[in-house]
Write a protein that binds this ligand. Structure first.
Ligand SMILES: [Zn+2]
Length: 109
């Protein structure tokens, strides 16, 4: 079954720290293995280097650009991580991360 994403939210009003993003990866049971090379372990995470604060560093937002007929400047936010061995990049929808973390927070209360 295919689920169409009809409306992609462009604005991300929440800051997600490196620690929170790693918490998300753990909760959704993301593999630490690179899908295209033998690497299995630590990955490189793209953080906001202007505010370097260890695990509290905000994840850098990469804006992926989609091209539509009527709106050629549309974009959506993703978090980036890179395989330290082969440079393979993984992009994760920032909204999916924010949504999951909100659910986890609510379950905690
Ligand atoms: Zn790799």
């Amino acid at each position: 079954m295919t689920e169409l994403i009809e409306e992609i939210e462009q604005d991300l009003d929440v800051k997600i720290s490196l620690g929170a993003f790693i918490n998300f990866l753990t909760h959704v049971e993301r593999s630490s293995r690179c899908p295209i090379c033998p690497h299995d372990g630590v990955w490189n995470f793209y953080i906001d280097k202007t505010i370097s604060a260890g695990m509290e560093s905000p994840m850098a937002i990469t804006r992926m650009v989609s091209t539509y007929a009527a709106a050629d400047d549309d974009n959506y936010p993703v978090f980036s991580m890179e395989c330290p061995n082969c440079g393979y990049m993984i992009y994760t929808n920032a909204h999916a991360v924010a949504k999951k973390l909100k659910t986890l927070e609510a379950a905690d209360e």
